[in-house]
Design a protein around this ligand. Sequence first.
Ligand SMILES: NC(=O)c1ccc[n+]([C@@H]2O[C@H](COP(=O)([O-])OP(=O)(O)OC[C@H]3O[C@@H](n4cnc5c(N)ncnc54)[C@H](O)[C@@H]3O)[C@@H](O)[C@H]2O)c1
Length: 389
Amino acid sequence: MRTLVLSAEDVAATVRHVGLDALMDEVIAELHEACDDQHGIHNYDVPKREGFSYDNPAVGLLEWMPLLKRDAEAFIKLVGYHPNNPWKRGLPTVLSSLLKFDTTNGHLNVIADGTLATAIRTGAASAVASRILARPDSSKLGLIGAGAQAVTQLHALSRLFPIREVYVSDIDPRVAESFEGRTETLNLSGVSFHVCSANEVARSVDILCTATSVAVGGGPVFEDGALSPSVHINAVGSDFPGKTELPRSLLDRALVCPDYLPQATWEGECQALPPEQLGPDLMQLVRGCSQYAANRTRTTVFDSTGFALEDYVVLGVLERIAQQIGLGFEIDMESRGDPHDPYAGLAGAPGATGRVGMGLVEAMDSGFARNGQGSEVRAVKAGSKGSKP
Ligand SMILES: NC(=O)c1ccc[n+]([C@@H]2O[C@H](COP(=O)([O-])OP(=O)(O)OC[C@H]3O[C@@H](n4cnc5c(N)ncnc54)[C@H](O)[C@@H]3O)[C@@H](O)[C@H]2O)c1
């Protein structure tokens, strides 16, 4: 039984193969379709995510986001959030891995880097909600927090709206100033960028995306006042208890739509609101899109915490394309042999004669790994040698 491994480079090559715009369009379409499913979320079991939050050795969070597609397969995303990564370690704030399992036997079918996938699906989720809640002629986009997610917010929204002016703010001026340069891959033409304060951004735009790494208790990230009465806001950075971005007065007058209610009331903007103030979730929005589009003349909020269905959808798209073009590696990762004897594969191995502490390299030199007596250390290019059973 093989496991398909899609590294960051494989995922990037998959995206390059189809093209960034085509890939984003596909993820937006498939996420919309998954939300529009007649049986909707009832096809899936999606517990709210859990995780570890810590201050040492760095401020961070490690979470697991499970999903069961009934009668089919299971999925888990493992995601780390370490807001000091970019400047202290040269790494993205959000790093993640995506894993898919066969529910007939527990076999790990796929493991993929989830970092680019997360950014793409987060942009796509905002696009799905904004298409319903924002005015179709929205041309001014605001970004408060100009890091990694801001890039895909702009990309996804530019696929659906005639964006002409982008207003950018970040508490770190280096990030705000570098934003335009980081959008060069997006093929945007005729778009003007303006770096300004968070309040100026909020006042100037038709659609606002907040994608900050604001600390717990550090919000709101802009002041309420003089916003367009029909502004649509994608609140992306509120995804932990106490970590919110929007002013309460704005939430009180807006239609607030959570992505996934059980999670958003725990860790999104919705955590501040009583049940009677909660609007339709993403599935309800999509299924009642013409009804909810009537709200485009008022203030609306998409409370995006990010949930496993989005990750499951983007992995499905990437896996399908990677398989078609033979990207990635297939490896024998799990042990086989006598199902009742975990030691069966060790028979005759040097470790079985009393040597302990043998490293992999030493084991390979000894022929242990090559001679088929242990788990095979073997990798084949995906699609190059048969197909996965
Ligand atoms: N909703 C989702 O599905 C989803 C998905 C991924 C990430 N996120 C969240 O989105 C946020 C951004 O993630 P990222 O990957 O872009 O991180 P990032 O580190 O690349 O960018 C975040 C930026 O926010 C800025 N910032 C922090 N506090 C601010 C404030 N008060 N005002 C303005 N700017 C501020 C930082 O300087 C940083 O440049 C994080 O909170 C992350 O948890 C949400």
